[in-house]
Design a protein. Structure first.
Length: 70
């Protein structure tokens, strides 16, 4: 039995829909992975800022004395 033109169109649309659903799921997975990476990088950035602030607070105030050989 041959398929009608409308049946061919419906099948083609169903195939396109399935491909788009697959692509959407893949993109969703990528976005989720990127959010995890972003959270990790934010935490790392925060730790680095804390370390820098701690190091800066240990620096002496005022100009640095010249080395002894000057």
């Amino acid at each position: 039995m041959a398929l009608s033109r409308d049946e061919h169109r419906i099948i083609a649309l169903e195939i396109r829909l399935a491909e788009q659903e697959k692509a959407l799921a893949e993109l969703s997975d990528m976005v989720a992975a990127q959010w995890l990476e972003l959270d990790r990088l934010k935490a790392q950035n925060s730790r680095l800022i804390d370390r820098l602030s701690s190091a800066e607070s240990r620096l002496p105030d005022g100009p640095e004395a010249p080395p002894p050989h000057y």
